[in-house]
Ligand binder design. Structure first.
Ligand code: ZN
Ligand code: ZN
Length: 138
């Protein structure tokens, strides 16, 4: 699916900012921070517009928002859960190389909240040492 189709299938309007955000994110193998994203958008729109558009992409689960230790990071969802139906998954952040991984095979339980509370977003992150860093050690 190209970026326009992703937006269309999520019933989001095709704005140039959204398309630009998606193409930046799809060029990044790693999750990138808000600061880096802003920098890569290169001042083509103001911060408020960047965040408004990011939020709509996060809500549709096209983009993952990860609250990591040092920054809020964003990552484009992989093909299999772009449909937005999949449940939230676990993220893993390596304390050594700061890489954030999407562990899409590990889903986050849909916790039953007390009455009157509404979930907007799940965040589940595990901090540890990734296998690349572990291999470097020995
Ligand atoms: Zn690592
Ligand atoms: Zn993810």
């Amino acid at each position: 699916m190209d970026h326009k189709e992703i937006l269309k299938s999520s019933k989001l309007s095709l704005t140039s900012h959204r398309i630009e955000l998606l193409s930046i994110l799809s060029n990044c193998k790693q999750a990138i921070s808000e600061k880096e994203l802003e920098y890569l958008m290169n001042g083509s729109c103001n911060r408020t517009t960047v965040y408004r558009n990011l939020n709509s992409l996060v809500e549709k689960k096209i983009v993952h928002r990860i609250l990591s230790a040092e920054a809020v990071k964003y990552k484009l969802a992989s093909g299999k859960n772009k449909d937005g139906k999949k449940s939230d998954h676990v993220h893993f952040e390596c304390r050594r190389c700061n890489t954030t991984f999407c562990m899409e095979e590990l889903s986050v339980d849909d916790y039953k909240l007390p009455e009157g509370f509404t979930k907007l977003e799940n965040q589940f992150i595990i901090f540890g040492i990734c296998k690349n860093c572990l291999n470097e050690q020995d």
